[in-house]
Design a binder for this molecule. Structure first.
Ligand SMILES: C[S@@+](CC[C@H](N)C(=O)[O-])C[C@H]1O[C@@H](n2cnc3c(N)ncnc32)[C@H](O)[C@@H]1O
Length: 354
């Protein structure tokens, strides 16, 4: 069983594929192949566990258990029955279906047939029907991987942790200071501290594969043990989180505490105009408020630009925005580094140097 090689797929947000691919390479997975919407790879059981624990930008990790052509319900049922589900299903399954360009076009009907064969349960099974080709996958993660377990307190408009990790992967190398002057619930600084300490993003949460009949507790203990042994006791670099809102500052402190990185982040209650950066240059990486009023947005970006030119000469700037026109008001030359979505909304990361 230890030598079993699993056919895996890690979906991610659009645009994030190259960053996820780099993460895979760092994990030592050689077979990773980037496709639209994620990365396909082959993994041993140990690598499957490690991918779930370590990947910062993936949404989940799926194991593909069957692939066949079907144009009728009989062919679909035959294909489902041909799979050995026993390693994955302790009870039944929670079946999710997508269908595109296929004779089996009715996702609801496909769902009913497959669910009737597998029985009802918590283990998620994905059925993808694409041009009459059916792919059956078992979700090894369970909850979406952005749910790290530490963000219980949220301020307004929180970023997905996986997106914060993607922003960091696209910019910061953990060797220079990092400042987020609009930290909200602290997602960017906390992900940064975990990265700098070499702490896996999934250290505080359970995974679906732990409930599988084939679960190998010894292998999992070895993967998590190695992670604990390789983690650094501190970030070793200045990480500053600031927000003008008292509730956001409290949320950041509580979340950082839960993530085990409270000592690595200096949390301040201050407005962007009061920003006092640590000795740099470093990265100012942030997700400014999406202006509900244009005037307020202009004033805010103007204030950010002034602080940057007065106090952050030579610093690198990374802004996650929905609308890039306001960013011009910082008077910093910016280029688009990443184009993706946050909870379905198109966003882009603009970067430059002050
Ligand atoms: C889009 S949210 C940031 C969300 C954050 N990335 C997260 O994941 O929770 C923008 C934040 O900017 C803060 N803010 C708005 N105007 C500000 C100002 N002038 N100075 C400092 N913070 C401000 C708001 O309180 C809000 O928490």
């Amino acid at each position: 069983v230890a030598r079993t090689v699993l056919d895996c797929f890690a979906p991610c947000a659009p645009g994030v594929e190259p960053l996820l691919s780099t993460e895979m390479a760092a994990l030592g997975v050689r077979s990773a192949r980037q496709v639209a919407g994620g990365v396909a790879f082959r993994a041993t059981v140990r690598e499957l566990y490690a991918a779930n624990l370590w990947l910062r930008t993936a949404n989940r990790v799926l194991v593909r258990v069957g692939s066949f052509r079907a144009t009728t319900f009989a062919e679909l049922e035959h294909g489902v029955e041909a799979v050995d589900w026993s390693p994955y299903l302790a009870g039944g399954a929670d079946v999710r279906v997508t269908s595109r360009g296929s004779r089996l076009y009715h996702a609801g009907a496909v769902q009913e047939r497959v669910a009737a064969l597998l029985g009802a349960g918590d283990q998620r099974v994905h059925v993808r029907v694409d041009r009459d080709q059916v792919v059956l996958s078992v979700d090894a993660s369970g909850d979406h991987l952005h749910r790290r377990g530490w963000r219980l307190a949220t301020a307004k408009a929180p970023l997905r942790e996986t997106l914060a990790a993607a922003l960091l992967a696209a910019t910061w190398d953990a060797a220079v200071p990092l400042v987020d002057p609009f930290c909200g619930s602290g997602t960017i600084p906390i992900e940064a501290a975990l990265l700098a300490r070499g702490v896996p993003p999934g250290a505080g949460r359970p995974f679906a594969f732990q409930t599988w009949p084939s679960f190998q507790p010894g292998t999992w203990a070895s993967v998590t043990g190695a992670a604990r042994a390789s983690a650094r006791p501190q970030a070793g670099v200045a990480i500053v989180a600031a927000d003008r809102d008292a509730g956001a500052v409290r949320a950041t402190r509580e979340n950082a505490e839960r993530a085990g990185v409270a000592a690595d982040i200096e949390v301040r209650r201050s407005t962007v105009s009061e920003l006092a950066p640590p000795p740099g240059p470093g990265w100012l990486l942030t997700n400014p408020p999406y202006g509900d009023r244009v005037q307020a947005g202009r004033a805010l970006y103007g204030a950010l630009g002034k602080v940057l030119h007065d106090r952050c000469r030579g610093w690198h700037l990374g802004l996650l925005v929905e609308d890039s026109t306001l960013a011009a008001l910082t008077a910093v030359e910016l280029h688009e580094r990443l184009r993706t979505t946050n909870g379905g909304i198109p966003v882009r990361l603009l970067t430059g140097t002050v």
